[in-house]
Design a protein around this ligand. Sequence first.
Ligand code: TXA
Ligand code: MG
Length: 316
Amino acid sequence: MSTEEQIQQAASIIKEGGTVAFPTETVYGLGADALNAKAVAKIFDLKRRPSFDPLIVHIVHPAQLELLTTDYNDPEVILLTQHFWPGPLTLVLEKKSIVPDLVTAGLSTVGIRMPSHPIAQKLLIESRCPIAAPSANPFGRISPTEAAHVKDQLPGVDMILDGGKTQVGIESTIIKRVNEAWVILRHGGITQEALQQFVSITELEEDDVIDAPGMLKSHYSPQKPFYILQPEVLDTVDKSSAGLISFTGKFDEGFQRVHRLTESNNLVEYASHLFSAMHALQASDIQAIYAEAVPKNGIGIAIMDKLEKAAYEYSK
Ligand code: TXA
Ligand code: MG
């Protein structure tokens, strides 16, 4: 666990234009001073991330919205921040010119969120600047939920703050206003049902033109073949050399390695362990990874989105 002193040191690195990986409640982020384009460029370089993919800016107090966006006074923005911040909700809002174009990939909008993790908050307070941070993994790889994942995947980062395993385990939900309603650009830690208690959420229509770069069909690609388990063809699977990410426990028998992510059909618990299980299976001696599908309700929508993206390359 990181000490006060280490957080101070990390804040100095951020202030001097360096990069720091830090825990949030969702996944680990790779942070730099959001208002320093040169520092932000290091993030893209370290992650080998294409510059068309914008970054989320992290703040520690809603009052900082005024610095970054012209929407800071919007009643629905205030309502959402009051109910869901700090926490895993990112709002895509009209940006002010102080936000470097590199952060937003040239878009007129900026994604902003206030994380609840105490180390993230402390780092933000000590750094005295908003921190731009994507998930701390090389582009297209599995998001890190432990400091060791960052160390293995991103050796070039100036410092890693260790906060143990992250609690939510999948990334924030990203929403953006389109006309009078909000659309979900990425399903994550906050469910659609929870958001709908405060604002209206609409589905994206096929012909809606919306700037949502970075929402690629293939993402989170494990380095081993990854499939969503089809129970009807279970007989054809070579289970003795495969790993299973299990939900119900019904299909566990015969697999070389099994990660049962919840004993009580709890989707939130499942989400919190998903990326850790993917990392562990990827690093193990198995030949292929299978994941049992989960019901598409609540956080299950976000889970299935991750599984489908991980399996995309192998399902063509
Ligand atoms: O939970 C999280 O959101 C984590 C932690 C570290 O905060 N961060 C994270 O960042 O998942 P990243 O870079 O892996 O994903 C950010 C995604 C981008 O790929 C992009 O699709 C979307 O957020 N995004 C950011 N700014 C946007 C904008 N202005 N318009 C549309 N999409 C945006
Ligand atoms: Mg990411």
